[in-house]
Design a protein around this ligand. Structure first.
Ligand SMILES: [Zn+2]
Length: 316
């Protein structure tokens, strides 16, 4: 459903300390997502304004800045509604706010029909400001940067893997863990599993980022999609373990499949990330990008050979 057709009163919100979570349609199911505002004594920020913010555009809070976990189409869909305040992103991803061509570079699609169709979709369905029209002032941050809004801070945890500049945010408004909130962005803890299918994705970085999150202590956790708000660190850790185990699961199914030599096309058609038989816009592209990350590291480790265009497990 297009955001203009939604009654904003049907969209849920929830308060946690100084944080107002603005849930998207169906708990932030793609193309929607869960955004939030932080209201400090001095300043207010909105984080990852989604299509749910577009649906609420007649009742938006006044904000002093927009902060992004990364620059994918669904995380910046409402950013154009705040043209007069700075737009922040990690320096690796900031080009995705500066121009549509910059954003397209992050996905890494080759020029052609799919590239053109996706670009048009980002402009129309995700409201990317057309070239020449107003784009807010883009500012960049890096690992460890702390935003202080007055009585509440947001610390940047650079957690690459999904994109090069993907970040999680640790929000604190006191010393105890129940006054700590972590925004997970697209480390989304869903049954789909980790997404590392774009040109700017990196499987090893994704794994390191999840390891890092195991060490963070907080009571509240929020994902952009599906899972929404999670209460309690133990619950979060269990969900994270299940989510990260899907990487090993994909890899062991791949190794079983390439006991016989297989081409990349056969591997992509077999499906390890998506369900067998699943098709759709960008599905083959993402499946291929993801499985190449596994294949490349298996070849490098000497566990798989790549000969005459076919991949095969090395025996013994
Ligand atoms: Zn994303």
């Amino acid at each position: 459903m297009r955001p203009e057709e939604l009654d904003p009163a049907t969209l849920e919100s929830r308060q946690v300390g100084p944080i107002t979570i603005l849930f998207g349609y169906e708990n932030g199911k793609y193309p929607y997502g869960n955004s939030f505002c932080i209201q400090g004594e001095n300043q207010c920020a909105i984080i990852d304004p989604s299509l749910g913010i577009v649906a609420r555009k007649n009742g938006l809070p006044e904000v002093d800045m927009v902060i992004h976990s990364h620059t994918h189409e669904d995380h910046i869909a409402g950013t154009h509604l705040f043209p007069d305040v700075p737009w922040y992103a990690h320096y690796e991803d900031a080009l995705g706010l500066e121009s549509i061509e910059g954003l397209m570079e992050i996905y890494g699609l080759p020029p052609g029909e799919t590239y053109d169709a996706f670009l048009r979709n980002i402009e129309s369905a995700f409201y990317f400001p057309h070239s020449g029209s107003s784009v807010g002032q883009v500012r960049k941050f890096e690992e460890g940067h702390v935003f202080d809004f007055g009585g509440v801070t947001l610390e940047v945890l650079h957690t690459p893997g999904h994109t090069r500049g993907h970040c999680c945010f640790l929000v604190r408004w006191g010393d105890s863990p129940d006054k700590r909130f972590v925004y997970l962005g697209d480390i989304e803890l869903t049954g789909f599993g980790p997404y590392y299918g774009d040109a700017w994705s990196n499987l090893e970085d994704f794994e390191s980022s999840m390891k890092r999150l195991e060490t963070v202590d907080a009571q509240w956790w929020l994902t952009f999609h599906h899972k929404g708000l999670i209460e309690g660190r133990e619950t979060f850790l269990q969900m994270l373990e299940k989510f990260s185990a899907m990487i090993g699961d994909r890899e062991s199914r791949l190794l079983d499949y390439i006991v016989e030599a297989r081409t990349l096309d056969e591997i992509v058609a077999h499906r390890f990330v998506y369900r067998p038989g699943q098709t759709g816009f960008l599905t083959d592209w993402t499946e291929q990008g993801s499985m190449l990350q596994h294949l490349d590291r298996l070849v490098e480790a000497g566990r798989v050979s790549h000969v005459n265009g076919r991949y095969q497990v090395n025996q013994g």
